[in-house]
Design a protein around this ligand. Structure first.
Ligand code: SF4
Ligand code: SF4
Length: 358
């Protein structure tokens, strides 16, 4: 049976008030708000954007949605977990300061920002995986102490999964640092010696000290590499590449299994909003002003994370006149996460798109 996915056309230049109203309208269509209990902890899972990133979901767009949630419960909060890589979001103090600097202040959003895996990313609980790729999912505790999840995802390309949407936001984003490592660990990139200029930048960024000097170029020590993907992005000469599409498939399947574990915890009290606004080649972990790869499309919402991502992918390809621009970014078959998600019962790739008036 197809899942329902709601769609409202929208663009950043409509301004924050219109986007806030549209975000509320599409959220209410999911029906989750009516199911919230009066003392429910509601985690609004978001990515606050790395320092200098400009594509992240803006706090002003969430004002009316948060207002609706607060009519049901005072216990809502905005949340993300700390990152695996070293940056402005790898501990709670700097992470919250970064969120403030991007406008997620109590005055602006009327809810606190809580980093779900604690001060240094070690507040996590371990569960039992049931689908083959993940034996023991490690999830940031604040998510597992919550009663409902509203997953707010900026649709972007991604260096390791091709597409980053609801599955990525829930599966990778709700994992603790150890859980992120769990998901990344098979995906080790390779240096092409001929293309390497031996500038050393990748080794400055590598959180694991896994980039070592070879003759006239660097190489990656597989035993030390965490598979975080930082070096793929920082090399300006295209000398570092993902090794096999197989790796990308495995990481996507792990993401889907993590997402399934989180989804199961909430027993259906979840909603997924994808923002197809300023869609970029790279995710919001990138500390840069990435340009749009297609014009803005709008907002999607569903109770089904697989369906909302499937609709996201299709709308973007449609807007790019049929060109698979997700695949064009990093030559990754991004659909592996959706297919595995469907296989393990996380959701359906078949959906009815229901367009709401703008
Ligand atoms: S950043 Fe690129 S060019 Fe520089 S050392 Fe690393 S692989 Fe070589
Ligand atoms: S070598 Fe690259 S992928 Fe591996 S840990 Fe270092 S930065 Fe991350």
């Amino acid at each position: 049976m197809p899942s329902s996915v709601y769609f409202i056309p929208a663009a950043a230049d409509e301004g924050p008030e219109v986007l806030s109203r549209k975000t509320r309208d599409i959220y209410l269509k999911t029906g989750l708000n009516d199911e919230l209990g009066k003392r429910d902890f509601v985690a609004l899972k978001i990515h606050f954007g790395e320092k200098h990133n400009t594509g992240y979901i803006k706090p002003a767009w969430l004002k009316s949605l948060i207002g609706e949630v607060r009519t049901r419960t005072p216990l809502a909060f905005l949340s993300d977990s700390n990152t695996l890589y070293i940056g402005q979001r790898s501990n709670s103090v700097e992470h919250i300061r970064l969120a403030w600097s991007h406008g997620f202040t109590p005055d602006a959003v009327d809810v606190p920002v809580i980093i779900a895996d604690g001060l240094i990313g070690r507040d996590a609980r371990e569960g039992k995986g049931e689908h083959g790729r993940i034996a023991a999912p490690k999830i940031a505790s604040a998510f597992l102490h919550s009663d409902a999840l509203i997953c707010l995802s900026h649709a972007t390309g991604h260096v390791q999964t091709g597409l980053g949407g609801a599955l990525k936001n829930m599966g990778m984003g709700c994992a603790s640092r150890a859980g992120k490592l769990d998901q990344h660990s098979v995906s080790h990139p390779r240096v092409t010696p001929k293309a390497c200029r031996n500038c050393g930048l990748c080794s400055d960024y590598c959180p694991a000290g896994a980039i070592v000097q070879a003759e006239g170029h660097v190489r990656i020590d597989d035993a030390a590499c965490l598979g975080c993907g930082e070096c793929l992005v920082v090399c300006k000469f295209g000398a570092i590449k993902l090794r096999w599409d197989e790796d990308a498939r495995r990481i996507q399947e792990k993401v889907a299994e993590y997402a399934h574990y989180v989804q199961a915890h909430f027993k259906g009290k979840t909603a997924f909003l994808n923002f197809l606004i300023k869609i970029t080649k790279d995710c919001d972990c990138m500390a840069k002003d990435d340009p749009r790869i297609v014009p803005d499309i709008g907002l999607l919402a569903s109770r089904d994370p697989v369906a909302v991502d499937a609709a996201t992918a299709a709308l973007v390809v449609g807007r790019a006149k049929g060109k698979d621009i997700w695949r064009a970014g990093y030559d990754i078959d991004w659909s592996a996460q959706l297919r595995h998600g469907e296989r393990i019962g996380l959701g359906s790739m078949t959906y009815d798109l229901i367009e709401l008036p703008g």
